[in-house]
Design a protein around this ligand. Structure first.
Ligand SMILES: NC(=O)c1ccc[n+]([C@@H]2O[C@H](COP(=O)([O-])OP(=O)(O)OC[C@H]3O[C@@H](n4cnc5c(N)ncnc54)[C@H](O)[C@@H]3O)[C@@H](O)[C@H]2O)c1
Ligand SMILES: O=P(O)(O)OC[C@@H](O)[C@@H](O)[C@H](O)[C@H](O)CO
Length: 505
C-alpha cells in the first residue's frame, strides 16, 4: 500500500479557512459553461484558464463538468468525491528559466453524469446564466453517429446529446435570440466548430425538430473553429504523488501536470474577450480572423519537427525527443532544419515563425517530459505526407533547390520502412539490440513492401535501388502524387539513403 492511500482524500473542508474561502468564492459563481468531457487536456487547459481569469476577478462564472460518453464514469466520480477540486502543476522551461507552479483549481460548481441524470442534465439548458459549451472528446467523439431520440432517454454521442440540450433551451426560452450559446469544441480537427454545427443540424433532422429550431441554431448560436496547443501530461508518477500527499496531508486523485506553454487561437471577433476574458487575463489566447495560418504553423513547425526527428532519431538509436534535442549534432541539425528549411518554405512573415520555433524547441527540451519518438512515429507515413512533404515541395518551388535536411528526413523515413526481416517481417527493426516496432496503416505497409521487393538484395546495387525507389515514389495513393515527376528528388533521396545506410549499419 502506498503512503498516500493512508491520507484523506482532498475535500474543501481540508483546505483551511483561507483556502476554502478562495475556492468557494469561485465555485459559487453562476454557471456560465457547460463542459462536455473531464479529461486531462480540458482540465489542464480550458479549466485552468477559466480559473485564472476568475481568480483575477475577470470571469464571473463557473463550469458544470459532464461525462462525455456512457462508459468510464470513474473520473467524474473522482471529481465529485473531491468537491470538484484538483491540483494543477505547471512545470518546464519558460524563456530559458525553470518554472514550477502549483494551483488549486476550483472552477467546477457541479458534476453531472448525463447517462444517469438525463433530466437534470437537460434542466441545465434552462439556466439563464449559461453562455458557453466547451468540449474535448478526442477526434472520435466529435462526429455524426446516426441515432434516434427516445424521449427521456440519454443520447450516447456528444453532438446528439448537445442537440437535445439545445432544443430544450430553445423551447424553454421560446426561441429567444439572446439565449443562443457559444460553442468551443477543442477537439483537434480542422474546422472543429463547423463540424459540430453540421452534426447538430443533422441530428436535429433525425430527431424531427422544426426548421424554426434549425434557424435558431444557425442564426443565434456560434460554433467557433479553434486551435489548442499545450502539452498536458496528466497525473505524475505514483512516487511523486505519494510525496505530494505527504506534504499536503491529503491525497489528490486528480493531480494534473502541464508545460508552461499554452496557446489558443479562436476564429471570432475580439469583442468576445469581454464575455470570455482570457486574453485580458494575460493568457496566450488569440481572437483571429483566419485560423488557417495558426494551424499550418503548428503542423509544419512543431509536428513537422517531431516527424522529421522521429525516423532519423530511431535509426540512430535515440528514444526521446529531449534526448534528440540535447544531442550535440542532432539538436543543432533540427534547429537548422526548422529555421533554414521549414520556416522559409512557409512564407507567412506576419506569424513570428522563428519566435514560435524557439518556443517549440524550449518545449521539446522540457526536463519533465519524456516524449517517446516511437509514439510520435505512430502512423508516420501519413503524418509525413501532411506535416513535412508539403514543406519539402514548396521549398523546392520557391528556392529552386531541394532542402538537404528535409530530404535526409525523407530518406530516413524510407530507410526505416525498408523491408528487412529483423523483426516480425516488415513491421519492425532492431537497433543496438533494441526492438522498435513500427505501427502504420496496413495498406501502406503492404504497398511499400511490394514496391521495395527484397531490399537486402538491392543494397549494394545503385541501379536496382534507384528502380525500386522509383516504384516507391510513384505511388500516389501514399504520397498524393507521383513524386518521380519532381525533378531531382529521387536522385537526392538516393544519395541520402546510401549515406544513411553507411552511417546506421
Ligand atoms: N494532452 C495533451 O497534451 C493534448 C494537447 C492538445 C490536444 N490534445 C487532444 O485532446 C484529446 C484528449 O486528450 P487528453 O489528454 O485529455 O486525454 P484523456 O484520456 O485524459 O481524455 C480523453 C477524453 O475523451 C473522452 N472520449 C474519448 N472517446 C470519446 C468518444 N468517442 N465520445 C466522447 N468522449 C470520448 C474520454 O472519455 C475523456 O474524457 C486528444 O485527442 C488529444 O489529441 C491533447
Ligand atoms: O499526437 P500526434 O500523434 O498526432 O502527433 C505527435 C506529436 O507531434 C503531437 O502529439 C504534439 O506533441 C502535439 O500536437 C502538441 O500539441
Amino acid at each position: 500500500m502506498s503512503a498516500s492511500t493512508k491520507r484523506p482524500r482532498l475535500k474543501l473542508n481540508l483546505l483551511g479557512n483561507d483556502g476554502q474561502r478562495k475556492c468557494k468564492e469561485i465555485m459559487d459563481r453562476p454557471v456560465k459553461v457547460l463542459q462536455i468531457g473531464e479529461g486531462n487536456f480540458l482540465r489542464g487547459f480550458v479549466d485552468w484558464m477559466l480559473h485564472e481569469s476568475a481568480r483575477q476577478g475577470k470571469f464571473h462564472g463557473s463550469v458544470v463538468v459532464t461525462q462525455p460518453r456512457p462508459g468510464g464514469k470513474a473520473k467524474l466520480e473522482q471529481i465529485r468525491d473531491q468537491d470538484g477540486l484538483y491540483t494543477m502543476i505547471t512545470r518546464g522551461l519558460s524563456q530559458g528559466k525553470a518554472v514550477e507552479r502549483t494551483e488549486m483549481i476550483s472552477i467546477f460548481s457541479q458534476c453531472m453524469n448525463p447517462y444517469e441524470e438525463w433530466q437534470a442534465f437537460l434542466k441545465l439548458a434552462e439556466l439563464p446564466s449559461l453562455e458557453f459549451v466547451i468540449s474535448n472528446t478526442t477526434e472520435s467523439g466529435l462526429k455524426y453517429i446516426q441515432s434516434d431520440y427516445v424521449e427521456g432517454e440519454p443520447v450516447s454521442s456528444f453532438p446528439g446529446k448537445l442537440t437535445v440540450f439545445l432544443h430544450q433551451r430553445y423551447v424553454r426560452f421560446e426561441g429567444d435570440p439572446s439565449r443562443g450559446l457559444i460553442h468551443l469544441p477543442c477537439e483537434l480537427l480542422e474546422g472543429n466548430g463547423d463540424v459540430l454545427r453540421s452534426c447538430v443540424l443533422r441530428h436535429s433532422e433525425d430527431f424531427g425538430y422544426s426548421d424554426a429550431f434549425r434557424n435558431w441554431i444557425k442564426d443565434h448560436n456560434l460554433f467557433l473553429n479553434n486551435l489548442v496547443d499545450r502539452i498536458v501530461t496528466g497525473a505524475p508518477a505514483q512516487e511523486e504523488a505519494d510525496t505530494l500527499a505527504g506534504r499536503w496531508g491529503y491525497e489528490d486523485q486528480l493531480i494534473n501536470t502541464a508545460e508552461p506553454y499554452h496557446f489558443w487561437a479562436i476564429q471570432a471577433d475580439e469583442g468576445l474577450d469581454k464575455k470570455l476574458p482570457l486574453k485580458q487575463a494575460g493568457l496566450n489566447v488569440h481572437w483571429v480572423k483566419d485560423l488557417k495560418p495558426y494551424q499550418v504553423r503548428k503542423v509544419r513547425i512543431l509536428n513537422g519537427a517531431h516527424t522529421l526527428m522521429s525516423s532519423l532519431g530511431i535509426l540512430q538509436g535515440k528514444q526521446y525527443v529531449r534526448e534528440t534535442m540535447e544531442d550535440p549534432e542532432f539538436g543543432p541539425w533540427i534547429r537548422e532544419a526548422v529555421h533554414q528549411e521549414i520556416v522559409p518554405a512557409l512564407d507567412m512573415p506576419d506569424h513570428q515563425l522563428d519566435q514560435y520555433a524557439e518556443e517549440v524547441f524550449e518545449r521539446f527540451l522540457n526536463p519533465y517530459i519524456n516524449h517517446k519518438l516511437q509514439d510520435i512515429a505512430l502512423n508516420t507515413i501519413g503524418k509525413f505526407k501532411v506535416r513535412v512533404l508539403p514543406t519539402l515541395l514548396s521549398y523546392e518551388q520557391t528556392q529552386n533547390s531541394w532542402p538537404t535536411r528535409l530530404v535526409r528526413g525523407f530518406a530516413g523515413l524510407l530507410l526505416l520502412y525498408r523491408p528487412v526481416n529483423t523483426l516480425d517481417g516488415y513491421h519492425g527493426h532492431r537497433f543496438n539490440g533494441e526492438s522498435v516496432v513500427l505501427k502504420d496503416d496496413p495498406d501502406v505497409l503492404a504497398a511499400l513492401t511490394a514496391h521495395w521487393e527484397s531490399y537486402d538484395s538491392l543494397r549494394r546495387d545503385r541501379q536496382q535501388l534507384n528502380d525500386r525507389l522509383a516504384a516507391v515514389l510513384s505511388d500516389s495513393t501514399i504520397w498524393g502524387e507521383n513524386l518521380n515527376e519532381r525533378r531531382g528528388l529521387r536522385e537526392a533521396l538516393l544519395d541520402e539513403i546510401v549515406l544513411l545506410e553507411g552511417e546506421t549499419e
